[in-house]
Design a protein. Structure first.
Length: 178
């Protein structure tokens, strides 16, 4: 076994990325405070070729040195928009036919391993503030809440880790439907 060189990885150029068919997901960041998390979320969005990242409320926007440290250029490939409130973003997504899915521990939440997106659907995945989670008003507007099963002493994952887990699982489920 040997480690592959960067030239062997067949990475897309930014132009190739932009022209590629996208996964049916938009990440919505509801008041995510850490710019390192924002950058990491952009990088994860790039890896899964998602449609866009929507930044809301106190969530910082590119360009910013602290975001770039972890995004490693993904802010150039992944489309993004800013909204002053997450409610405003969710209203627009609902009007465009997106299923609103908050990733949150909530009454009636479905375990991630039990949630299956419908073939051909479009999904807005809402990830919340590192301490307070997804805002109550946004949870109330959601079509579904999904929860990542956890077994240790802590009751939450880092927001960037959560997005990676959720996108890995849901992308796999959508891919298997084809």
């Amino acid at each position: 076994m040997r480690k592959l060189s960067n030239s062997e990885l067949n990475r897309k150029s930014v132009d190739d990325f932009r022209a590629s068919p996208k996964s049916p997901f938009i990440l919505v960041l509801d008041n995510v405070r850490s710019m390192n998390n924002v950058g990491s979320l952009f990088r994860t969005a790039d890896a899964f070729i998602i449609e866009a990242v929507w930044l809301c409320g106190i969530t910082a926007t590119p360009p910013h040195r602290e975001i770039q440290k972890t995004a490693l250029g993904a802010t150039e490939s992944v489309a993004w928009r800013y909204f002053s409130t997450t409610v405003e973003a969710v209203k627009e997504l609902k009007a465009k036919g997106y299923v609103i899915v908050s990733v949150e521990q909530a009454e009636g939440a479905v375990s991630l391993d039990s949630y299956t997106p419908a073939a051909g659907g479009k999904y807005a995945l809402i990830f919340g503030h590192e301490i307070n989670g997804v805002s109550d008003d946004v949870v109330d507007m959601s079509d579904a809440c999904i929860e990542i099963p956890q077994y240790g002493t802590k009751h939450s994952f880092n927001v960037a880790v959560s997005a990676g887990i959720v996108l890995w699982e849901l992308t796999g489920k959508i891919t298997r439907q084809k």
